[in-house]
Write a protein that binds this ligand. Sequence first.
Ligand code: HEC
Length: 199
Amino acid sequence: MRRILMVGISLIWAIALNCTIAPVAQANASPEQLAKAVEAIENLDALRSGLASTLEGQTAPPTAETMKAVCKPVGMEAKRIAQTEGWQLRQVSQKYRNPEHRPQNATELAVLEQFSANPELQGLWQRGQVNGQPGMHYFRRINVSPGCLACHGQKSRRPKFVADNYPEDLAYDFKPGDLRGMYATFIPDLAAALTESGS
Ligand code: HEC
């Protein structure tokens, strides 16, 4: 009798687990989705490095247009990817230039703190929620390289368009190797499920 009871209880557990966990598990971002997010962020970062490197070692002073065309296009591309994929994707920095990029919640602050305390940490995944929606976060660090200093170096040397257009600017006085900020991606389970069923 006891045995039957035990089997019965485990069966109920199994059914309950199936009902509660399985649908969520199916909707979770798959390894392919996660790999896609990593690739998208690497491409985004390469876009910035490529644009910034065109300013390195230039003899002629850069024109106003070349000066403007480094991080703004990165922000626009991030918005495009987010829209196409149904993800959230933003850049976050405590020393921000564009106030849209200031940390917005305790999770972002905590992850920035982790990146700052662990220079070897490149990126991390974390389950979480945004606006009540469950999903997967992917955070990836952004470091300063020499090409960034043309606009994120000494405060007094910032290009004029930066001083003029970003009155709240905090994104200067960096050195190569400093943590500049992070990319914060969020893949809602729903978006993951839709892509899975569509592919
Ligand atoms: C030509 C000037 C210029 C160069 C060079 C440059 N940036 Fe920026 N950066 C900007 C501007 C302007 C913004 C604000 C863009 C916006 O309005 O979204 C910005 C914003 C950012 C942001 C978004 C967070 C924030 O502060 O608003 C990050 C991250 C960033 N830059 C990292 C870098 C890195 C890393 C490099 C070097 C690889 C670099 N930048 C090189 C001008 C530059």
